[in-house]
Design a protein around this ligand. Sequence first.
Ligand SMILES: [Zn+2]
Length: 107
Amino acid sequence: MICVICKQAELQEGTGSSLFERGRMTLVIKDIPKLICPNSGEEYTDEETTDRLLQIAEEAEKSGVLTDVRQYKAAWQAEFLLAPSACRAMTLILPGSKMRANALSKH
Ligand SMILES: [Zn+2]
């Protein structure tokens, strides 16, 4: 995929950080899988990862976090342990759509 910002380079797989500010909370999530443009440095996050990041930010805000730095993978694993509904956690944690469908059909 060619970078849509500079249209100069092919995106490369890598990891990066994102900053979430909501109300009084500032949350940094690190080691997020991203596609990165080697030319402009633009970072792209896929839809599924974005959904998961928003979930992590939402949970952090609900639990009263003010400032925190989390590792992407550790954050969604922690959410799996804390989530009130195992079914919901499964849909969050499983990356493949096929596995997601299986997890849902069990409940
Ligand atoms: Zn670019």
